[in-house]
Write a protein that binds this ligand. Structure first.
Ligand SMILES: [Mg+2]
Length: 243
């Protein structure tokens, strides 16, 4: 299970610029033939599928609120109820007077990016977001998640850790899970995995994390996946283990 932004592609100033390079796509396609593969992203399901463009793998969008396995689609039920509220919040966020903010309406969640906001105005951008969502957060139906230069409001009760468990159950509990990710939302998955699988944090510097292992960047993730491919090839002699 792999996160996308900051794990398979370097983080860009504008999220739409983070494209998967052909080499990585080829590597993922090779891996898919050997084992079950899932992309678990904060982006919408539709968008992450479009960015990765590999058939017959698992996709989890919105940090796992929506998952597609090839056999079917799952949406965390409370997420369906919040669609109109999310729409209202994103309209309000779009009125932000702070230069450089970017709103990403993902149907079940909204992201408020401030990567391009000048350092002096970051505080204002954050408080604008907090004011816009405060009413909903107080209701406990929603929660705010912080990422790399991004704030997100989402229905509470389901995160990447829950998505990991759901995917693992679907694919087969006999599988040994591996999760690679770079952001705070990935910590939920690392924590869920604990001693049950292998967790890898992508970060330039080592930091406090629930992940057991650490690599320094996207290039290291590629190297890790290449090694994994070699190991899988040796272990099962080229037979695909599932899916
Ligand atoms: Mg990420």
């Amino acid at each position: 299970m792999l996160d996308y932004d900051g794990t398979l592609t370097p983080i860009k100033t504008r999220p739409e610029e983070a494209k998967l390079c052909e080499e990585t796509r080829r590597l993922l396609k090779k891996l898919k033939k050997k084992t079950a593969l899932a992309i678990v992203s904060g982006r919408s399901l539709e968008e992450i599928k479009e960015l990765v463009k590999i058939k017959n793998i698992v996709y989890a969008g919105n940090h796992g609120l929506e998952i597609e396995t090839g056999k079917g689609k799952f949406v965390y039920p409370p997420a369906l109820e919040v669609v109109p509220i999310i729409k209202g919040i994103s309209e309000r966020l779009r009125l932000s007077p702070i230069k450089g903010t970017q709103v990403e309406d993902k149907k079940f969640t909204v992201s408020f990016h401030y990567r391009r906001v000048s350092p002096q105005e970051i505080k204002d951008a954050k408080s604008y977001f907090n004011r816009a969502v405060s009413l909903w957060v107080r209701e406990k139906k929603f929660e705010v998640r912080k990422g790399k230069r991004v704030l997100e409001i989402r229905p509470s009760g389901w995160d990447k850790g829950d998505a990991l468990k759901w995917i693992w159950t679907q694919l087969g509990k006999y599988l040994f899970p591996i999760y690679v990710g770079d952001d705070r939302t990935d910590e939920d998955a690392f924590e869920t995995l604990a001693d049950k699988g292998l967790s890898v944090l992508v970060a330039r510097r080592k930091k406090r994390s629930f992940a057991e292992y650490h690599v320094r960047g996207v290039k290291d993730v590629e190297r890790f996946l290449e090694k994994l491919f070699i190991v899988l090839n040796q272990v099962d002699g080229g037979r695909k283990s599932t899916f």
